[in-house]
Design a binder for this molecule. Structure first.
Ligand code: SF4
Ligand code: SF4
Length: 84
């Protein structure tokens, strides 16, 4: 099982987030690359890896822990843990 580390947030001057946030864990070796999570993430926190094989987190701060991605992933390859 391979976990893909989130890409560091490049934006240094973003205002502090309010509301729920999520920590996204991607199990790349379980992923079939179907794009469901990326296409339907409402905050565009995810993109496909350039290889097209699995998603990556492009901005962890955008994740609102809505759980769309992990509840719809057919391979249970993405997990979101809600942060306080
Ligand atoms: S939990 Fe929601 S906001 Fe967070 S990555 Fe998944 S679909 Fe996007
Ligand atoms: S929904 Fe699941 S299988 Fe499809 S690309 Fe996302 S992590 Fe991979």
């Amino acid at each position: 099982m391979t976990e893909v580390a989130p890409v560091p947030n490049q934006a240094q001057d973003k205002p502090a987030r309010k509301g729920p946030r999520g920590h996204v864990i991607i199990h790349a070796t379980w992923c079939k690359g179907c794009h469901i999570c990326v296409e339907f993430c409402p905050t565009k926190a995810l993109e496909m890896h350039p290889s097209g094989n699995h998603p990556i987190v492009v901005d962890q701060e955008r994740c609102t822990a809505c759980h769309f991605c992990d509840t719809h992933c057919p391979d249970l390859a993405i997990v979101v843990r809600k942060l306080n």
